[in-house]
Design a protein around this ligand. Sequence first.
Ligand SMILES: NC(=O)c1ccc[n+]([C@@H]2O[C@H](COP(=O)([O-])OP(=O)(O)OC[C@H]3O[C@@H](n4cnc5c(N)ncnc54)[C@H](OP(=O)(O)O)[C@@H]3O)[C@@H](O)[C@H]2O)c1
Length: 249
Amino acid sequence: VRQLLPEPLDEADPVPLYASDTRPCNGPRPWVLIDMIASIDGATAVEGRSARLGGPADRAVFHAIRAVADVILVAAGTARAEHYRAPRLDDRLVTMRRNRGQADQPRLAIVSRQLDLHEGVPALHDPTARPLVITTANSPADRRSALSERADILTHGTNGVDVTAALEALRRTYGAEIVVAEGGPIFNAVLAAADAIDEVCLTLAPTLVGGSSARVIHGGHPIASPFDLVRVLEEDGYLFLRYSRRPHA
Ligand SMILES: NC(=O)c1ccc[n+]([C@@H]2O[C@H](COP(=O)([O-])OP(=O)(O)OC[C@H]3O[C@@H](n4cnc5c(N)ncnc54)[C@H](OP(=O)(O)O)[C@@H]3O)[C@@H](O)[C@H]2O)c1
């Protein structure tokens, strides 16, 4: 990829670039990065999935961003729509993570109220990795009990997951200092409402979609939270934008 900002570079490797960014914990909770792809007109899905927005450069940046995560946080709608699997980073990224003192692979954490996760989420049927499921106290007890055989269950909040408490628990109990949140738009609104987004990595795909796809954040009360644009990469017309939350004055 080439870098356009902060200074032009003809050849840039996304892996060391994303790895060398500073991401300090925010008080008792980890740093939270949301990573999303959108079309020129702001769509986040085509026919219910994001795959048709992506391309090879996007895959490379996606993995470079995943490689910095201690925990990959995803909401149930996305885990189901995208048939989420346990994260599998390649040997180069694993070596980099070992050198940084991180686990070989990030831990997957799925956020759900209903816990209707049995079908369509291969990560919950993978004997090599045990995901986390973050849910509420009044989620269905029978599903919680069934899932506890395949996942560690964290309970925070009653009607909806208390994301601040959940994030703090990810740090306290699982040592997570960097959380990469991969959506979807409904859950991003929950993170935004909790003022829990420190960084946005947005891929702008050179595609028009139309229709009624959700934007990166869908629903919730409108907020206007200022971010600084700190890096721009480009390949094949894709823009890889890295925004960091502007420090409070
Ligand atoms: N372009 C991109 O980068 C990108 C990234 C991700 C997803 N997507 C697309 O976005 C779509 C899915 O996103 P979505 O916005 O519809 O759904 P979503 O945010 O992925 O998931 C919504 C679900 O998350 C759970 N949830 C959300 N807030 C919660 C809370 N406070 N407490 C407990 N559970 C909570 C609920 O799960 P339960 O129903 O299980 O209770 C809810 O139904 C798909 O089309 C996907 O392809 C695109």
